[in-house]
Design a protein around this ligand. Structure first.
Ligand code: ADP
Ligand code: TRP
Length: 328
């Protein structure tokens, strides 16, 4: 069984990414063969500043390792370190029907807004299909918004197999826990695009400031409050033990506690939850070669498999199974 997923380096990772995806990837590692990659080729469809992109990729890798992605249990690599994936993208593109891509939401949403889309955004799901199919992946953990792309991947693989014979392995989506929808500072879904995020690795000082800025209602200090409608409590639930949650919920309901105190409890819980990762992150930052080595090793492992699958696909299409060796 091979588990594979990718995450785009389009900004600093935040609590939404952690609870909605990264924590679940980490929980899955080691049970089966796991591949996780930083989808830098996909990020090119939105990040156009080279220094910014390079920084996001580097941060993404350090964040994942600091948070517990363990190279002894999972293969971690950069998407662009496996160039065969772009070759497979073309081979798949030649048999991908336009209507499949026209209905994909990223492109459809842009079109509906009257914004011109680049070919990269339109064909983004084909690159994603190549990402998955190139490792003969079985199980793809993704958020609900990506299920459509896994269906497209399956459609593409099926069409390829029906045209050229059984070549590509059909993956299944493994939908990540949707209940982990993390609210942002304004109470809406936490997302980079809404500017309401709590980055995982901000300094403690910045973190405290952000937590203190979480939007709450204007119930006076002495009045009872409903924890279940409060974003501070919703975030606290992600970090605290059931006992700690019950204690804070009782204090909400009893009245006499201001939101400032609840925010302080949230800050303390965050420091406890992310404290060890924060220290690991600082050590990695001081020794960047550790993470670079992990990525290079990961790319070797991933590429071995990718070359094997691309050779199979090239042969199935009637191309020579591998290009002639190149001597510089
Ligand atoms: P953003 O919305 O900040 O651009 P992405 O779309 O890059 O984040 O999300 C990367 C992963 O993190 C996806 O699997 C997504 O489902 C998950 N994720 C992002 N924000 C949240 C959130 N607020 N709650 C739960 N999961 C989230
Ligand atoms: N498109 C995914 C996202 O935005 C990231 C991604 C790229 C991916 N390739 C993938 C996820 C392959 C799973 C498998 O979240």
């Amino acid at each position: 069984m091979k588990v594979l997923s990718g995450i785009q380096p389009t900004g600093r990772f935040h609590w939404g990414n952690y609870f909605g995806a990264i924590r679940q990837y980490i929980a899955l590692q080691g049970n089966e063969q796991s591949y996780y990659f930083i989808a830098d080729l996909h990020a090119l469809t939105t990040v156009r500043n080279p220094a910014e992109l390079a920084g996001y990729v580097r941060d993404a890798a350090m964040d994942l390792v600091a948070l517990g992605l363990d190279p002894a249990k999972a293969t971690l690599f950069r998407q662009s370190d496996v160039p065969e994936v772009t070759e497979l993208t073309w081979l798949l593109m030649t048999i991908t029907q336009m209507h499949l891509l026209e209905k994909c939401h990223a492109f459809k949403d842009k079109k509906a807004k009257g914004v011109a889309a680049d070919a990269g955004l339109f064909t983004y799901p084909v690159l994603m299909a190549a990402d998955i199919l190139i490792y003969d992946s079985d199980k793809v953990p993704v958020g609900a918004d990506q299920i459509q792309h896994i269906e497209v991947t399956r459609d593409i693989a099926q069409r390829f197999n029906s045209l050229y014979g059984e070549t590509l392995h059909l993956p299944e989506a493994y939908v990540l826990d949707a209940s982990a929808k993390v609210p942002g500072l304004d109470g809406e879904k936490m997302s980079k695009s809404y500017g309401n995020t709590i980055p995982i690795f901000d300094s403690p000082k910045k973190l405290r400031k952000l937590i203190m800025s979480i939007k709450t209602d204007s119930t006076p200090v002495e009045s009872p409050k409903d924890p279940e409608t409060c974003s501070v409590y919703e975030l606290y639930k992600l970090l605290a033990t059931p006992e700690q949650q019950a204690v804070l919920a009782d204090r909400y309901r009893a009245g006499g506690m201001g939101y400032g105190e609840a925010k302080q409890a949230l800050y303390d819980a965050a420091m406890e939850h992310f404290g060890a990762a924060f220290e690991r992150r600082q050590q990695l930052e001081a020794n960047p070669s550790i993470v670079e080595d992990i990525l290079q090793q990961g790319a070797q492992t991933a590429r071995r498999k990718a070359v094997e699958v691309v050779e199979r696909v090239r042969a199935a299409c009637g191309l020579s199974s591998s290009p002639v060796p190149f001597a510089r």
